[in-house]
Structures are given as structure tokens and as C-alpha cells.
Design a binder for this molecule. Sequence first.
Ligand code: FAD
Ligand code: NAI
Length: 467
Amino acid sequence: MEKFDVTVIGSGPGGYVAAIRCAQLGMKTAIIERYPTLGGTCLNVGCIPSKALLDSSEHFQNARLHFKEHGIDLKDLKVNLGQMISRKTKVVKENCDGISFLMKKNKITVFTGHGSFLTKNTLEITAADGKKTQLETARTIIATGSKPSTLPGITIDKKRVITSTEALNLTEVPGHLVIIGAGVIGLELGSVYARLGAKVSVVEFTDSIIGTMDKSLGRELQKVLKKEGFEFYLKHKVTGVTVKGKEVTVGAENEKGEKVEFKGDYCLVAVGRKPYTDQLGLDKAGVKMDERGRIETDGQLQTNVAGIYAIGDVVKGAMLAHKAEEEGVFVAEVMAGQKPHIDYNLIPGVVYTWPEVASVGLTEEQLKAQGRNFKTGSFPFKASGRARASMDTDGFVKVLADEKSDEILGVHIIGPRAADMIAEAVVAMEFRASAEDIARISHAHPTYTEAIKEACLDASGKRALHI
Ligand code: FAD
Ligand code: NAI
């Protein structure tokens, strides 16, 4: 039986990054992945394919709605969904191949098949053809990720009632896509198909969209998406979904308790994801889970069994690729006897709609709940020269800073390239910058980031210059 210092189960952004860092630190490393391609949810059916389709559909939307104003006339513009999906598939393949290359480069042994514990230090890999291999490992990192959740009364048939995975591979643009859940997946994939011409209705249980972010962001995004034709049905509790031929009926109860129905040709169920631990043999190793099916870990991301660690979507915290990656590095360095640190408050969150939404730190609602004294600065993109030039004037930057010390406590952006801009806020907050610090730093002109500087000027003494 081959022996390893460490074995990673799952090759998503948590797992493959953990494996690379372990190898860099001199450990003999193996990684087990049940699918033939590496990269996990993120590369195969998550971050990368969704962004590829968001980019393609954004080009179409711009060509349809904005090119004329830029002085570009196009005739016979139409969508070739087949080509769009094959480009996406090519992008995914290039990324997955890149991970295989990184495994080879770092001399990590890749096992293809379903991994499970036989004992604390013995793992078994079952290949698709049933062939079994065993290995011995001193330590294990569980990075098995998550799968889409559903609701009682809903059967995902993967044809008409679908999850994000199927929505990334449709063969036609839906006539009417009914989406359950106004979270990140619902709004990103809803944007793809709304831009390509589908009617999109979003049915959401709570009173806001992207409800875990600062409420001002959801309100602004809802306004913009409504202009694009999205219909929102908030405070609606979905009770079931039925399918008859090509027609899907989503049943719900509104806030008055009245029954309502939404009829469409596809229903996307986007109500969150659940940790994936099926047939992992956790009981054989004695690893505990919490009441929500997540693997329980301590401050070092170690499970209740010494030498077995868990990271990414399968443990508590935000289900984000970059959070999983940080945890992968963290665990490898803990094993090597180092003292790494993750500040979970500074893991940014991004929604890749257009305008993009990005956020880091505490929200206004959280600060109020904590009873903290804070000040707010904001700056709208309609006052930004760069945003006017590109006709991206929706949205704003909002900065929350401590009333007394001026330390930045949260930055919330909805606007063009917010996903890239949020990095400035993360760096500032990692170094515990004040709003005044950012306000005094030169920002290239014209750039969207000037809006961050202006919002900091506004927070720090109401002295924004361009409004
Ligand atoms: P995963 O990526 O889920 O990888 C786990 C891997 O483990 C899988 O490949 C699985 O096959 C494998 N596995 C499971 N059990 C076993 C076993 N027993 N044996 C062998 N292999 C096993 N996050 C972002 O930060 N940005 C985004 O833009 C973004 N977009 C997303 C879009 C969509 C549509 C979805 C669904 C998710 C998106 N996410 C995004 C979330 C992101 O994909 C996850 O947070 C991330 O992939 C979690 O990484 P992970 O390594 O924990 O697990
Ligand atoms: P989510 O948690 O973001 O949103 C789910 C939504 O469904 C919530 O608004 C919730 O209130 C609603 N909901 C729950 N039950 C409902 C019901 N019965 N009726 C109506 N609405 C109901 O989950 P989502 O969008 O499925 O995404 C899963 C995970 O994937 C997220 O945690 C996210 O972090 C990750 N992801 C990240 C992306 C990014 O970083 N850009 C993109 C896509 C996914």
C-alpha cells in the first residue's frame, strides 16, 4: 500500500490549493477526485462556467442595447447559444487542464475515484469501473465541497426543474425562467438568460434580494434588474413545483397567505447548497458533523480526530472559492508547524451581475445591531467621469468607518468592475486603514476606483470633491 504524508479528498479550490501548499512545504501528497477532471464545483460547474456565460451574455446585451449609442451599428444580431455553451466548455477545460499541470509540476499523486475512510489512516479509492485501491496516509484533508440543496415538495428532474449545474448547459433560451431564491446563483444565472431574451421571475422567501449583504446593495440591484425586465416576488414561500410536459408550475404563498402560481418552461432551484459527505466513511474514522451536516472543526480546522482536517464548503462559513483556498493554505501551514491566520471578516463577497456587487467587512445592519458608533460615506457612479465614459452610471460606493477612530469597518460597492475594485478595500482593511488614509492616496484618473476615494472623503469629514 502506498504511503503519503497527507492525502486531500476533493480537488476543488480548497483541495487542490491545499495539496499544492503541502507539496511546497515538502510533504508527500496525494489528492483524490471522484470526477475525471480536477477543479471541483468552482472550475467545472460553478465560478468559471458561470462567469464565462455572464461575459458572453453581457457582450450580447451591450451589442443589443448600447452599441448604437457608442456609434456602432449592427445588423441581424442574434444569439448562438450552442456556440456560447461550447466556448464556456472550452474555458472550463483549459482551467481544469491547468490544475492537472499544477499537480504534475508539484509532484502530487492524483487518484481518480470516490475516496472514503476505512480507518483514520487508511483510505480507499473506488474508480468508476469499481476497481478499488487503498492508501495509507499520516494526515487527511477533507475538501469534498457541496451540492445544490432543494426544498420539500420539489423534485429536481434536471430537465425542466433544474439546478445551477443544468442551467450552465441549456440547449435553448427559456421562454420564461422561474427562479426560486434571490441569492447569488439565482441573480447571476437569471442575468445570463434575461440578457439572452428570457422572461425571468424570481420568487424569494425573505423581503430582499442578496439578503446577506448590506441592504442598500440589494435595493439598488433590484432597481437595475427590474429595468432589465426581471420580475421579483419577495416574501413568497414556495410550496411545490409540478411539471406537465414542457410546462412548470411553481406554487407559492404570498405574505397574506394567499396561494399564487408561476408558470414557466424552466424552474431554477437556487436556495443554497449543502455540504457533501456522501459515502465518505466518516463514521469509520470517527469524524463528527454538526446539526447542519457540516464537518465540525476547531480553530485550526482540525476535526475531532487528530490528523484529520476539513476545509471549504464542507465546513462552516461562506461557501466561496477564495475562502476555501485560504483554508487550504492555512491547513497545510498548520501541519508544517507554522502559525497562519485567516480574518474571516475580511473575506470579500461578490455577485457578478452587471453592475457587479462586492462587499467586505461589516454591513450597516450588523454595525447597528452591535450598537457601534459609525459614520457613512458614499459616492454614486453617476458622478464618476470614468463611469460616464463607459455608460455604467448605476450604483455607488458606500464606506462605513468607526465614528471616533475613522477605521474602515465595511465597504459595499455596486457598480462597474466592483469585483476587482473590492481588493483595494480588503487591502486597506487588512492594514486597518482609516477612511482618511484612503482619501489621501492618489487614485489614477479616470478610474472607477476614484469613487472609493470619494466615498472615503465623504466618510472622513463630508469633503467629497466631485459631488
Ligand atoms: P468543491 O469545489 O465543491 O470541490 C469538492 C470536490 O470534491 C468535487 O470535485 C467533488 O467531486 C469532490 N469529492 C466530493 N466527495 C468526494 C469523495 N468522497 N471522493 C473524491 N472526491 C470527492 N464562489 C466564488 O468564490 N466565486 C464565484 O464566482 C462562485 N460562483 C459559483 C457559481 C456557481 C453556479 C456555484 C454552484 C458555485 C459558485 N461559487 C463561487 C462557490 C464555489 O464554487 C465553492 O465555494 C467552491 O467550489 C468550494 O470549494 P471546495 O474546494 O470546498 O469544494
Ligand atoms: P444563497 O444562499 O445565496 O441564496 C438562496 C436564496 O434562496 C436566499 O435568498 C433564500 O432566502 C432563498 N430561499 C430559501 N428558501 C426559499 C424558499 N422556500 N422559497 C423562496 N426562496 C427561498 O444560495 P445560492 O444562490 O443557491 O448559492 C449557493 C452558494 O454558492 C452561496 O452560498 C454562494 O456563496 C455560492 N455562490 C457564490 C457566487 C459568487 O461568489 N459570485 C456565485 C454563485 C454561488
